[in-house]
Ligand binder design. Structure first.
Ligand code: NAP
Length: 259
């Protein structure tokens, strides 16, 4: 299927690895030119070069912490007016409800709620003026089904989801869609770090922790960044203009719910 977005320009945050990279590659495969971001220059440049070589699209990079005001300013200065925004950042650390104080919550809210909101506020006006735009926020299945050890993530992402629910309806008439993708377990550095934590907590090997996690997923395995990226590219396509304010689970059926 032709996604109809060849020649568009996308900002994909936190995209040198993992799910962000999956989204960047899937957009590049559709001929979308990219602005990529991550904190660490080396892997970011390697990813950019690999994408240029494979897909022949233009790729510029900004090494910056997207969760800091300075990082956002630097990224936005290079990005200019983009047609597509994919919001992403690292997830908060795991823990127990009694561990977390005000500063922990402020940090999580900054990273996983206020950063995507700031970038949407900065980029929405030009998208609306042009009458076309696509925004995809990478959130988590934890918005739908809480993961107890990720209470900081559950809280911050629920806040973002509430903001998107209303805002997406306010901007849809100008041709801009905003939707959230909710990843379940994926085989990325982040996914593997959670397997390490589980192994440590339960005194088992990482392989056994991954087998246990996979057994709870009807598909029987972790998701891949390529599968995730393909869903993102579809939401950014011309065909997805009637999908507004949705939260789409990519979890292999793990969340056991009728709707
Ligand atoms: P990952 O494999 O660890 O990759 C994270 C990417 O984001 C890297 O490119 C990293 O590069 C970049 N990054 C992290 N913090 C950043 C920051 N502050 N500013 C700019 N770039 C940053 O993680 P992932 O699995 O793709 O996860 C992406 C998001 O999805 C996270 O929020 C995670 O919590 C959420 N999620 C993941 C899963 C899963 O199973 N993988 C499930 C549910 C939710 P640098 O380190 O160089 O900055």
């Amino acid at each position: 299927m032709d996604m109809g977005i060849t020649g568009k320009r996308a900002l994909v945050c936190a995209s040198s690895k993992g799910l962000g990279r999956g989204c960047a590659e899937a957009l590049a495969a559709e001929g979308v030119n990219l602005v990529l971001n991550a904190r660490t220059q080396g892997p970011l440049e390697e990813t950019a070069e690999a994408i240029r070589a494979k897909y022949g699209v233009k790729v510029v990079t900004v090494a910056a912490d997207i969760t800091s005001p300075e990082g956002q300013t630097a990224v936005l200065a290079v990005a200019g007016d983009v047609d597509i925004l994919v919001n992403n950042a690292g997830g908060p650390p795991p823990g127990v409800w009694s561990d977390w104080g005000r500063e922990d919550f402020i940090k999580a809210l900054d990273a996983n709620m206020l950063t995507p909101i700031a970038l949407m506020k900065a980029l929405l006006p030009a998208m609306m003026d042009r009458g076309w735009g696509r925004i995809v926020n990478i959130t988590s299945k934890s918005v739908k089904a809480p993961i107890a050890v990720l209470g900081l993530s559950n809280s911050a992402r629920a806040g973002l989801t509430g903001y998107v629910a209303g805002t997406s309806r306010q901007v849809a008439g100008a041709g801009v869609t905003i939707n959230n993708l909710q990843p379940g377990m994926h085989a990325t550095d982040r996914g593997l770090s959670l397997a390490h934590k589980r192994a440590e907590d339960e005194g088992i090997t990482v392989e056994d922790a991954m087998k246990e996690a996979s057994a709870a997923i009807p598909v029987g395995r972790y998701g891949t960044r390529e599968e995730f990226g393909a869903a993102c590219a579809f939401l950014c396509s011309q065909h997805a203009g009637f999908i507004v304010g949705q939260n789409i689970l990519l979890d292999g059926g793990e969340v056991n719910a009728t709707m």
